[in-house]
Every structure is written in structure tokens, then in C-alpha cells.
Ligand binder design. Structure first.
Ligand code: F6R
Length: 357
């Protein structure tokens, strides 16, 4: 039920701090350690390469998940779009583990891949919000994202939950492999939950950004570098699917290789700057488009912010910045859609679970 909320999407955006805390609780052992099935840990540890398979927003969570597993657990990961995987099949390693990410657990494109890789005798883990769903039943293992039912077609809390579960899985594998980490995922997710609470309370500010930047435009661009790149593609998807504004997310350095041709007077560009090592270069990209007339909205993080930044995220661990930076993008998309009188919860032409290939 929506309760006092005008839309499920807004309710689900607001639920994200609680989802983080729920995940912390569900994945915590009595002794304070992580609760991950030994079988799952072993499957990750014994595989020589992980193949993440997913669609849409879940694919975007996979891009962040890859970074977490590679940086924390030191294991190689590839991420693939499910609808393309069987046609553009990569050369598989000797002992692959497939990880399917799916909110619904019913996405036919992903299931097609699961059926094929099971036929080939490979192991599969499904990270889903619906245990008992097709992808969960047909895989060898399941990790539950505990986000609660997601009703709005545009995925919000499922995305952040998927990333949180990846952080926990990656650290569990790292610890069991004896890798020393200066990163306690449960503690850091607690900090994320607080940051999400701060951000979801800034609805008026987000609504104003949507009004100032998106009320009349036909298109919008999102740029980011390093880990921010993976979040801007999600920001662009969110905006296009519910507001019908044509949006594109790409790497800041790619601008000059083509897209900068589209920048005109007033074109909105959202620049995400949460990564210390690329802060100067992404701000340089923002200046390049601004000099050509773009209307730049910068989303940065405490500690690296500049006075002119429109949105400043509370500081969270550098591995988990996606969990904070996606919140303003979700809210800005929501308000842009609202201002344009779009059907926020049920955008045209889209279905909540896509059960056809
Ligand atoms: C976007 C969105 C879709 C889904 C995609 C995969 O907001 O909801 O892109 O993420 O259809 O769905 P699941 O995760 O259910 O496999």
C-alpha cells in the first residue's frame, strides 16, 4: 500500500535507509560477522571468473558489483547484458560462476542465459528480491536483497539493495581468502543508511533542481568518471523511463569524442563528482560543456565540494558512493516526471517484469 505517499516510487525511494538497515541485520551473524552460506562463499572462491548477467537497472547494479568484487575480493568479474549474452558470448574461463541479478527473478532474457549455462554444467547464483522466483529456483544458490516488494515500474530500492548485498558478499569472500581489509561493510552500510536519510529529506531541494534544469528540455546528459560512471548510466535510465526526457549517461572523457556536439545553450548536464582521484578531470569536463552553453548541475560529496555545487552528498565510504549518489538522481527523475505530468509509477510501454525475450 502507498499509505500517505502519492506514488509507490516516492515511497520506495524513501524506504532505502530502512532497506539498508534490514540488510545489515539479515546479513549479520550472532558474533557480528557476516552471514553468507558457506556453499556460496565456496562457489565464489573456487571459480576463476565471475560472469554477472542482468538487464536494465540490475545490469547497472552489476557494474558497481563488479568493482566491489574486484577491489575487495580480488577476483575477476565480467558484466553482461542478458539479452546479448547468448549472441555475443565471451570466451568462458575454465571454471566460471554465473551471478544473475534480478529484482523480480522473472526476467526472460536473464532466464534464457541461466537455462543455457546450466545446460553447460556451470554453477549459478541469483541475487534477487523474490526468493522462490524462477531465477532463484533454477539457480544453485540465492542471495536475498530484502528490499520488500517493489511496485513502481522504475527500480529504486532494489538497485541499492543489490549493491549492498554485493558489498557484503565481496567482503565475506575476501575475509575467507585471508585478504586484510580496512572496510567493515555492515558499519559502512549503516553510514550509508544515515546519508540516505539526509538525502531523502531534501525533497524540496531536489524538486527545485528538477524544475530549474528539466522542466522544458528535450534532452539531458549525465557525466561521471571512475565509479561515478556506473551511476550516471543509471541516473539517465531513471530519467528517461519516467519523464520521457531523452537522457544519456557517459564517461566524462568521452564528451569530446562526439557527444559534446549536442551541447547547446541551456542543455542540462548533471556532473557527478564523488571520486577524489578524478575530481579535477570531471570538473574540467563540466567546464567544457558550460563554456558551450550547458546548464550544469554538479552533485559532489562532502570534502570535495565547491561552493557552486547544487547537491552535496554526505560522506560515505568510497566503495559505496553509488548508494548515496543515486538518491538525488532518483528524486530528480521523480520530480521531473511529476512536473511533466507523466504517470510516474506506470510509465508508458513498460512492464514491471519483462517475461518475454
Ligand atoms: C528500470 C527497470 C528495469 C529492470 C529490468 C530488469 O527501472 O526497472 O530496467 O531493472 O527490466 O528487471 P529485473 O531486475 O526484475 O530482472
Amino acid at each position: 500500500e502507498k499509505g500517505t505517499y502519492p506514488h509507490f516510487m516516492l515511497k520506495e525511494i524513501d524506504e532505502q535507509p530502512f532497506v539498508m538497515r534490514n540488510i545489515i541485520q539479515k546479513y549479520q551473524n550472532e558474533d557480528g560477522g557476516l552471514r553468507i552460506d558457506a556453499d556460496i562463499r565456496e562457489a565464489v572462491k573456487t571459480s576463476d571468473r565471475i560472469y554477472i548477467i542482468a538487464a536494465g537497472t540490475s545490469y547497472h547494479a552489476g557494474l558497481v558489483g563488479k568493482q566491489l568484487v574486484e577491489k575487495l575480493a580480488n577476483r575477476p568479474v565480467e558484466v553482461h547484458i542478458s539479452s546479448e549474452f547468448l549472441y555475443n558470448m565471451p570466451l568462458l574461463s575454465e571454471n566460471p560462476l554465473f551471478i544473475f541479478i534480478s529484482q523480480s527473478g522473472e526476467t526472460a532474457d536473464s532466464r534464457g542465459v541461466l537455462v543455457e549455462v546450466k545446460k553447460q554444467g556451470h554453477k549459478a547464483l541469483t541475487i534477487t528480491n523474490v526468493p522462490g522466483s524462477t531465477l532463484s529456483r533454477e539457480a544453485d544458490f540465492t542471495l536475498h536483497t530484502y528490499a520488500g516488494p517493489e511496485i513502481a515500474v522504475a527500480s529504486t530500492k532494489a538497485y541499492t539493495a543489490q549493491i549492498a548485498v554485493f558489498a557484503i558478499l565481496a567482503v565475506d569472500v575476501a575475509r575467507s581468502a585471508g585478504i586484510e581489509l580496512d572496510f567493515d561493510p555492515l558499519q559502512e552500510l549503516g553510514i550509508v543508511a544515515n546519508a540516505m536519510e539526509v538525502l531523502t529529506a531534501q525533497k524540496e531541494e531536489m524538486e527545485k533542481v528538477a524544475r530549474d534544469f528539466l522542466s522544458v528540455t528535450r534532452n539531458a546528459f549525465f557525466i561521471g568518471r571512475a565509479a561515478d560512471y556506473f551511476v550516471v548510466v543509471e541516473g539517465a535510465l531513471k530519467l528517461k523511463e519516467i519523464s520521457y526526457i531523452q537522457a544519456e549517461g557517459f564517461a566524462g572523457g568521452e564528451l569530446k569524442h562526439g557527444t559534446i556536439a549536442l551541447i547547446e545553450e541551456g542543455t542540462p548536464v548533471f556532473a557527478l563528482a564523488t571520486q577524489e582521484h578524478v575530481n579535477l578531470s570531471i570538473r574540467g569536463n563540466a567546464q567544457e560543456v558550460e563554456a558551450r552553453g550547458a546548464h550544469v548541475c554538479t552533485i559532489s560529496m562532502e570534502g570535495m565540494n565547491e561552493p557552486e555545487d547544487q547537491i552535496v552528498l554526505p560522506r560515505v565510504h568510497e566503495h559505496l558512493t553509488a548508494l548515496a549518489s543515486v538518491i538525488p538522481m532518483q528524486l530528480i527523475s521523480y520530480y521531473a516526471a511529476l512536473h511533466r505530468e507523466c504517470d510516474v509509477d506506470k510509465p508508458r510501454n513498460l512492464a514491471k517484469s519483462v517475461t518475454v525475450e
